[in-house]
Design a protein around this ligand. Structure first.
Ligand code: GLA
Length: 383
């Protein structure tokens, strides 16, 4: 992330006075536990060094004005009582957080906010959660709201679900709020209990590469909502609250009780994915970083074959990374485009990236981007 001085400069240029403070929240990459969060299962994301900063100050009155370095133009302006549907575009994420906090009973006055972000947009690295969490943290700071990280994450998720209209789970917002440097965030999305699991791949001569396929997102929201509905129907058919309640021992019996082949595949993914998260956590606690590789690759196969959320670019990136020597690789995030992660030996990172690039060129895909992911801090006040 760039320094606090940049959003502060944008703030001063737009509003003619300095901000009261600058707050930041990161994007995330999920190491494993995909499409488990809305089934109340387990996830294991980390925060990225990329994020969103919000420079902000209170005003008299009840108007919020917000500018963004990435979206030059007049400030987006709305009242603190703005209802869902009344604000659209990027400012809806900001208005959604104001709405979410107010409808939970918190008193907010007017505010001026300047946003600055460097999470690659459309790459599935949670630029929207970073924006929501930066704004939530800034508002909590400005108005002295006494809220835990998990409560701010829930408020941000509600903004996205009910104001923006994307039925996401809580993983991205929890990662953005609660992740810490040098750790993965092991999260039980039912209880929101967390454990910080040490993860410093370079201490083992390893790197976690993030490969942005730059594949255009296709049908993302409709497909996502569809997966979520299928899981809820399957849980109801099995007589459990959520698919989280199906253990791996109970999986064969559960599958035999479902008539619908699509439901059977979705259930098998969720149950085996939860098991893989626990397997990765066990291995990392034991210091066995290479041991997580096969679980990452198995997660991808399950997302491709059972959950059906991959696209050719994601499958090609995973296959090419493995062929070039990666210890494990998988798509990360919601799917239908976005990024792949690959666990690689540090001295082979360039070879793996080159292998993926070559394979993309052969297939006529856009050139992928790559960077090494460093587990970074969650939301905080910068100045
Ligand atoms: C998106 C959602 C998350 C989660 C992932 C899939 O990133 O925002 O809540 O469901 O997809 O794991």
């Amino acid at each position: 992330m760039t320094a606090a001085s940049e959003p502060a400069g944008t703030f001063t240029a737009a509003f003619g006075r300095p901000p009261e403070g600058v707050w930041a929240a990161p994007g995330r990459v999920n190491v494993i536990g995909e499409h488990t969060d809305y089934n109340e299962g387990f996830v294991l994301p980390m925060a990225l060094p990329h994020g969103v900063r919000a420079a902000a100050a209170r005003t008299d009155g009840s108007t919020v004005r917000v500018v963004s370095r990435q979206e030059p133009g007049e400030p987006a302006t709305f009242g603190t009582d703005a209802e869902p549907g009344s604000v659209t575009g990027w400012a809806a994420y900001v208005a959604g957080v104001v709405w979410s906090l107010r409808s939970s009973g918190f008193e907010l006055g007017g505010a001026d906010i300047a946003i600055d972000g460097d999470v690659p947009a459309g790459a599935g690295l949670s630029s929207s959660a970073a924006l929501e969490c930066a704004v939530a943290t800034a508002l909590a700071g400005l108005f002295g709201l006494d809220l835990e990280d998990a409560e701010l994450a829930r408020a941000a998720q509600r903004a996205e679900n009910e104001f923006v209209g994307m039925p996401c789970g809580v993983m991205d917002q929890m990662a953005s709020m609660s992740a810490t440097a040098d750790h993965l965030l092991f999260l039980d999305t039912r209880s929101l209990a967390t454990e910080q699991v040490p993860f410093v791949p370079t201490a083992h001569g390893r790197t976690l590469l993030v490969l942005d396929t730059r594949a255009p997102h296709r049908l993302v929201d409709g497909e996502y909502a569809d997966r979520r509905r299928t899981c809820e129907k399957a849980a109801a058919a099995l007589g459990v609250r959520m698919l989280r309640d199906v253990t791996s021992d109970a999986l064969p019996g559960a599958l035999s009780r479902l008539d619908d082949e699509v439901q059977r595949r979705r259930v098998r993914h969720v149950v085996t994915e939860n098991e893989r998260v626990l397997g990765v956590v066990r291995r990392l606690r034991a210091g066995d970083i290479d041991g997580i590789g096969p679980l990452l690759t198995a997660s991808h196969a399950s997302l491709r074959d059972d959950y059906e959320v991959t696209v050719p670019e994601l499958d090609t990136a995973v296959d090419a990374a493995l062929a070039a020597g990666a210890l494990g690789a998988r798509m990360t995030g919601g799917g239908f485009g976005g990024c792949v992660i690959a666990l690689v030996a540090e001295d082979e990172a360039a070879t793996v990236l080159a292998g993926v690039r070559e394979s993309f060129a052969r297939n006529g895909f856009a050139e992928p981007a790559g960077f090494a992911a460093t587990p970074s801090p969650g939301a905080r006040r910068l100045s």
